[in-house]
Design a protein around this ligand. Sequence first.
Ligand SMILES: *Cc1c(COP(=O)(O)O)cnc(C)c1O
Length: 390
Amino acid sequence: MKKNQNIQVQYNQLKTKSGTHSPSLATIQDFIPDLQIKVDACFLSNPYATELFLEYFKKEILDTGKINALLEFYPSQNQIIAGFIEQRLQIDSGHIFVANGAIEAIQAIIHKYCRGKLMITIPTFSAYYEYATKEHEIVYYQLNKNENYRLDVKDYIKRVNEEKPNTIILINPNNPDGGYIKYDDLILLINELNWVENIIIDESFIHFAYEDSDMALKSVVADVINKANVYVIKSMSKDFGIAGIRCGYAIMAKEKVKDILKNGYLWNMNGLAEYFFRLYAREDFLEKYDIVRRKYITESLFFISELNQIKNIKVYPSRANFVLIELLNGSTADKVTNHLICEFGVYVRNCNDKIGLDGEFIRVAARTQKENKIIIEAIKNVVEDKNLCI
Ligand SMILES: *Cc1c(COP(=O)(O)O)cnc(C)c1O
């Protein structure tokens, strides 16, 4: 018990140091070697997709010795890699800015093209307000808790027309609540608000969303490609399970891509990322990927239904690979996350630094079936523990 208390103190110190992003698994293990983490349900990735990438990487790069060239030589330049994405998305590569993680594209767009007022829905992914500078004015659009933080499209359009921001930002499905804007509604919203100077749509979780049983992808990329004011942001970190190699891109007007690349980003991709984007263009890889995507969605749905059975919590409806959970037992997110990690080795996202959430919340990602069982048991134990209540 003493040892665990000590771990809890160390964990709190680390969390404070990390600010609005959670410490990575490696950082936690460096800082607290005694802590055994069994499941990382904080990071939001498809573990089966990571396995698939590794399978290819081993067979084609490691076992063949090609790893040597991949490390020794320069990777291709930004616009060459955009060519692989062009093959995949069937849109001209001139519209594609390849980024060292989607976060780089977010930073470039906000700093280069967004002036004046930014309207940001909250709760949200914190980079969108953290990357704003003193030249920006931020107005928040609070998602309504009584509507499970789902966007009310009509109300949103009304508010944008009143506030007249230069830039609006929507994440679909949203992080951290998994709220989903239906494809038809989003297209309507983009058309109604066509006067807005910059419309940023972040589709980083779109591979996990679905509208009917065929689980087809519902991206808006093809619909907005000719709109000079719309940007689509895409991270590959979560759906392909490869956050470590930093792959993302943004789709936008050709002149803007040209303008961004004029003063930099020539070699912002590394050899591993280039290999990934080459795979992204290949049919054999994508066929296999789509199988693990569907398998993961199906298992995640089961996981969410199991979480829904647990007492003392509210699980918010999600169309992503994670759920926002409100603690209803009088305990705090701090206590519950600490207990989950220190006693059960289950790492979840403590949402107490997220603006726009009213109450005590954690965010939990779906993992493999085996890991999901461990997560369920741990959460059950912790939220039913009377000692953890105030
Ligand atoms: C994780 C995340 C990103 C950043 O992804 P990287 O590609 O790893 O930089 C962007 N947007 C949202 C909504 C995210 O959750």
